[in-house]
Design a protein around this ligand. Structure first.
Ligand SMILES: [Zn+2]
Length: 460
C-alpha cells in the first residue's frame, strides 16, 4: 500500500483523483514497513521509515493543485499529467501499480464538443456589430458575403448567422453530438460590463427542445453567474427548465474570479467549462482531466483547450490553417499519450462568413474519430469522470493473485466502461477474470464489475 502524509487534505485527494491508484493516509501507529512506499516530506517521518518518496524539494501535491486552481498563462503542455507520470514511474519501483487511467475502454482518449451561442441571427444584432463583420469581410476581399450580411439585416436574404440546422447536419454526418451553451437573458450585458457584450436573443423553446430531442446538450452561457450568486441562480433556473438538474456552464468571454467555482457550486451547477484561454490554445489548468476545484462540494471543471476565435481571430493567434493544424495536432498528441479529454469550443456562428471555420471543425472531429477517441457532449464526459472519481480502488496481493476491488463502482447507460491498468509483465499473467488486452509493460482490464482477479505466474 502507498501511505501519504501531507497537511493539505484537498491537494492529496485531488492529486490521487487524477492518478486514480490505491492509497491511504499514513498511520503513525503502524510500522513503516507496513507500507510498500510512503509519500511526503522527509521531516514529517521518523528516521527509521522505509521507502520514502520525499517531496520536500519537489512538492507534487502543490504543483498539481496550484495548476488546477490558479492556472498558468500560455501553457502548451499538460504539466499535471507529466508530473503524475514521473510519480508513477517512481512508485513502480516499490509496488505493483494499479490504476484507472482517464481512457475509456475501447477508446484512446475523449473529445468534448461545445458551442457558445453568442449570436443567433444577423437581424438581432446592432449595426455596430454588423458593420464590424462586414469590415472583416472586406479585409478578406469577400465582398459578396459582406453584401449578404447587409441584405440579411433587412430580411431580404436567408439569415446567414443562424447555423443550428447546419450544425445538426454536420454532426449527424460526423456521427457525433455536442453541447450548446445559451445566454439565458436577452439585453443583459452583465454587471459593470459594456452594453455590446449582451446577448440579443430570447431563448427559443422550440429550438432548444428540438436540440435536446435530437441528443444535443444545452447549458448556460453565463453572464453574471461568475460573480453574483442571485444572478447565478436565475441563470441556472432559466436553463434547468429544459435540462432538469444537469446544468453545465461556460461563462461568456470566459469571465471568472476567485469565487466563481464556489458560486456555481452553491447554485447547483453540475460542471463548469470556462477554464481556458481567450487568446491562446493549450492547457490553462495544466491538465487533460475533469477535476474538482478547491472548496467546492460537487462542481467539476471540464477545462477548455481549443477555441476557434483564439486560433483564427485578430488580435489572438490569427494562425493560418496549416499552423493552426500543427498547434491542434500537438494538443491531440498529448491526448494520445496520456488519455483524458480535449475540449473544443466552436461558436454557433463560426460556420458563417466572415469566419467560415466549419471545415477546420470537421478536420478535428474526423481526426479524433480516426484516432479512436470518444467524441461526445460535455455532460457525458463529466459523467464519465464522475463515475471514475466515485470509485475507491483497493488492491491486495496473495498467493500470486491480485484481488482488485472497485468500491463505489457503477455502470451508466451510454457511458463507456472504464479500464483498469495493471503494470505487470503480460507474460507473467496466467489468467484474468474479465476482458483484457496486453500491451508493453501492462495489461488493461475492462471494468464491468466491482471486483477483478488476476492470477500471476509463480515467478512473479
Ligand atoms: Zn460568449
Amino acid at each position: 500500500m502507498i501511505g501519504v502524509r501531507y497537511p493539505d487534505e484537498y491537494a492529496v485527494k485531488e492529486t490521487f483523483q487524477l492518478l486514480k491508484i490505491p492509497w491511504e493516509w499514513y498511520d503513525p501507529s503502524k510500522d513503516c514497513d507496513d507500507y510498500e512506499v510512503l509519500i511526503g516530506k522527509k521531516e514529517d517521518f521518523s528516521s527509521k521509515d522505509g521507502n520514502l518518496i520525499d517531496i520536500s524539494k519537489d512538492d507534487i501535491f502543490k504543483k498539481v493543485t496550484d495548476l488546477l486552481n490558479c492556472g498558468k498563462p500560455h501553457n502548451s503542455a499538460p504539466l499535471c499529467e507529466k508530473y503524475l507520470n514521473e510519480l508513477k514511474n517512481k512508485l513502480k519501483q516499490f509496488t505493483t501499480l494499479v490504476e484507472i487511467p482517464p481512457i475509456p475502454w475501447d477508446y484512446s482518449y475523449i473529445v468534448a464538443l461545445t458551442h457558445d451561442v453568442d449570436v443567433t441571427s444577423v437581424r438581432e444584432r446592432s449595426w455596430l456589430s454588423i458593420g464590424y463583420a462586414i469590415y472583416n469581410c472586406i479585409l478578406d476581399l469577400n465582398f459578396v458575403d459582406g453584401a449578404r450580411i447587409f441584405l440579411a439585416k433587412f430580411g431580404l436574404l436567408k439569415d446567414p448567422w443562424n447555423k443550428f440546422e447546419e450544425w445538426i447536419k454536420i454532426e449527424s454526418e460526423l456521427g457525433v453530438r455536442s453541447t450548446f451553451y445559451f445566454i439565458p437573458f436577452k439585453d443583459i450585458p452583465g454587471i459593470d460590463s459594456p452594453k455590446i457584450i449582451a446577448g440579443k436573443y430570447e431563448l427559443d423553446k422550440d429550438l432548444i427542445n428540438r436540440l435536446i430531442k435530437d441528443g444535443f446538450e444545452v447549458g448556460v452561457h453565463g453572464i453574471d453567474n461568475w460573480r453574483d450568486q442571485k444572478r447565478a441562480r436565475e441563470e441556472f433556473k432559466k436553463l434547468s427548465e429544459f435540462t432538469n438538474l444537469d446544468v453545465g456552464n461556460r461563462t461568456h468571454f470566459l469571465l471568472r474570479n476567485e469565487d466563481t467555482w464556489k458560486i456555481l457550486d452553491a447554485c447547483g451547477y453540475m460542471y463548469d467549462s470556462t477554464f481556458g484561454y481567450n487568446d491562446d490554445v493549450g492547457f490553462r489548468a495544466g491538465t487533460l482531466q475533469v477535476y474538482k476545484p478547491k472548496e467546492v462540494e460537487n462542481l467539476l471543471e471540464l477545462p477548455l483547450h481549443i477555441q476557434d476565435g483564439a486560433l483564427f481571430m485578430r488580435p489572438c493567434l490569427k494562425l493560418p490553417e496549416d499552423e493552426a493544424k500543427d498547434r491542434c495536432d500537438e494538443i491531440f498528441d498529448f491526448a494520445n499519450e496520456f488519455g483524458g479529454v480535449i475540449t473544443l469550443l466552436w461558436h454557433q456562428m463560426s460556420l458563417a462568413v466572415p469566419h467560415d471555420w466549419g471545415n477546420f471543425y470537421r478536420y478535428l472531429v474526423r481526426k479524433a474519430s480516426k484516432e479512436g477517441a470518444w467524441v461526445t457532449r460535455a455532460v457525458d464526459v463529466v459523467k464519465w469522470f464522475e463515475v471514475r472519481r466515485n470509485v475507491r480502488l483497493d488492491c491486495t496481493e496473495k498467493d500470486n493473485k491480485l484481488r482488485i476491488r472497485l468500491d463505489g463502482f457503477k455502470i451508466l447507460e451510454d457511458i463507456p466502461a472504464m479500464r483498469l491498468r495493471i503494470y505487470v509483465d503480460p507474460e507473467k499473467i496466467r489468467g484474468v477474470d474479465g476482458k483484457y488486452i496486453a500491451k508493453g509493460d501492462h495489461v488493461d482490464v475492462m471494468c464491468d464489475k466491482g471486483e477483478i482477479m488476476v492470477a500471476l505466474d509463480e515467478s512473479f
